[in-house]
Design a protein around this ligand. Structure first.
Ligand code: ACO
Length: 402
């Protein structure tokens, strides 16, 4: 038997930080975030300026390559992307096998993981920077096609193939809302709203899904496997899945008569597991700058599209009540990016269970940039320690003696 007295108690040697609330896992030059002041910057540029002025693909370039592209760099990037938007035809057989009602996030993580089977050059150990870049371009280009195909499947409609004449976001919207037989004109407000939403989600330093991408990549897994793991991490309602949960909650409140005070009381009740979805953030303890931008965008877009959505009024009432309530004030709970994003996605015509997939489409450049940075920094394999609390001094008992 093991002499317990000789076992080292690791609690004195290991930093225990369950949930990594205050543990830095890396040094990164991609995203700056100050949760107390509510500041978010990508590569030094304020999120407010990028959301107002840049296109999603410009921001993707910025995050991945570290600088805002020149006109020529942007053209070349767009051009490369449009030439990799097609999926291997055999992917369709795999895709066709999913039940049409299966959750889009489950489909997306499986499809992205499967890309490595169709593009095996990504498996090559020690890819050169040029080879690695090809895998990055393919990942980014094919994601929009995958997301739009998943959407078409939820409707039972035939998929639309990508068209090189469109930019990334318009191509995505055309594959999503277009029909096989006719060109559908995508409203410029929709293109602009989609760009804003994707930019706001594009990176957020070491959140749950990004940390997952980095840790999976740290074992030298390929980019598709790493991103697929990130998609799985994003799915949960405490992370990206919150945007779906928010709309479901708002709908429930609406059906219940719209009594926001009653639901606020429910969120405060410690005997009730209900939480106000879209409220609170691990890092932002003042306000989420993305939520400010998205709230304004939500008002603008609904007005421009002539949509009157009762849940927007409920959301605003909830926010107003919560921001004055000592429970929320003391705990520094403010609306996060997902409190209003679902209302916009809905106005654009997306069904609720597609919301988290759209978050994944937006977060992809961040995942890629962080994966690339982790490799360039030659970071070691991620491998946390633990403090063991189980039994140590047991002898095996034969089955018939237990
Ligand atoms: N509604 C009611 N109470 C809440 C909420 C909420 N939305 N969020 C936190 N609290 C309370 C907790 O009950 C806890 O109270 P206590 O101190 O009395 O026990 C206190 O505030 C602190 O909460 P924690 O869960 O410890 O905070 P943490 O930083 O671990 O969690 C999280 C952050 C997961 C975002 C949490 O606020 C939450 O569950 N929010 C709702 C889900 C959500 O919107 N997620 C999206 C996050 S943003 C994103 O991923 C894009």
């Amino acid at each position: 038997a093991i002499d317990i007295s000789k076992l080292r108690d690791l609690s004195g040697y290991v930093t225990l930080d369950i949930g990594y609330k205050n543990t830095g896992a890396t040094k990164s030059a991609i995203t700056f975030l100050d949760g107390e002041l509510g500041i978010l910057k990508y590569r030094g540029y304020p999120i407010e300026q990028l959301a107002e002025k840049a296109s999603f693909i410009e921001v993707a370039y910025l995050l991945i390559y570290g600088n805002l592209p020149t006109v020529d760099q942007l053209k070349a990037f767009q051009n490369e992307l449009t030439h990799h938007t097609l999926l291997h035809e055999d992917m369709k057989k795999f895709f066709d096998g999913f039940p049409s009602k299966s959750h889009p996030m489950g489909q997306l993580s499986s499809l992205v993981g499967a890309l490595s089977a169709f593009y095996p050059e990504s498996l090559k150990p020690n890819q050169t920077p040029a080879e690695q870049n090809q895998s990055i371009i393919k990942m980014l280009a094919k994601m929009a096609t995958l997301v739009s195909w998943i959407y078409k499947k939820t409707l039972g409609h035939p998929v639309i193939y990508p068209q090189n004449k469109y930019d990334y976001v318009t191509n995505f919207l055309n594959m999503t809302f277009g029909q096989r037989t006719e060109e559908v004109e995508i409203h410029p407000v929709v293109v602009s709203a989609m760009n804003t939403l994707l930019i706001l989600h594009a990176d957020h330093e070491q959140n749950c899904s990004t940390s997952t991408v980095r840790i999976v990549g740290s074992s030298e897994s390929n980019i598709y496997a790493s991103v697929s793991a990130g998609i799985s991490a994003l799915w949960g309602p405490l992370h990206g899945g919150a945007n779906q949960a928010v709309i479901e909650m708002l709908e429930q409140i609406k059906e219940d008569g719209g009594d926001t005070d009653k639901w606020i009381a429910k969120a405060k009740d410690k005997n009730d597991p209900f939480r106000l979805m879209g409220f609170g953030h691990r890092v932002y303890k003042n306000f989420d700058p993305r939520a400010k931008i998205i709230k304004k965008a939500c008002d603008d877009i609904l007005e421009k599209l002539g949509i009157n959505d009762e849940v927007l009024e409920i959301a605003k009432r909830l926010e107003e009540v919560a921001l004055k309530d000592p429970y929320f004030v003391e705990r520094k709970l403010y609306p996060n990016v997902d409190f209003y994003s679902g209302i916009i996605y809905r106005a654009l015509g997306f069904p609720t269970d597609m919301f988290t997939v759209l978050f994944a489409l937006g977060r992809l450049p961040g995942w890629i940039a962080q994966w690339k940075e982790m490799k360039e920094n030659k970071e070691p394999i991620g491998r946390p320690r633990q403090i063991y609390t189980g039994a140590v001094n047991l002898d095996y008992v034969e089955l018939d003696k237990r």
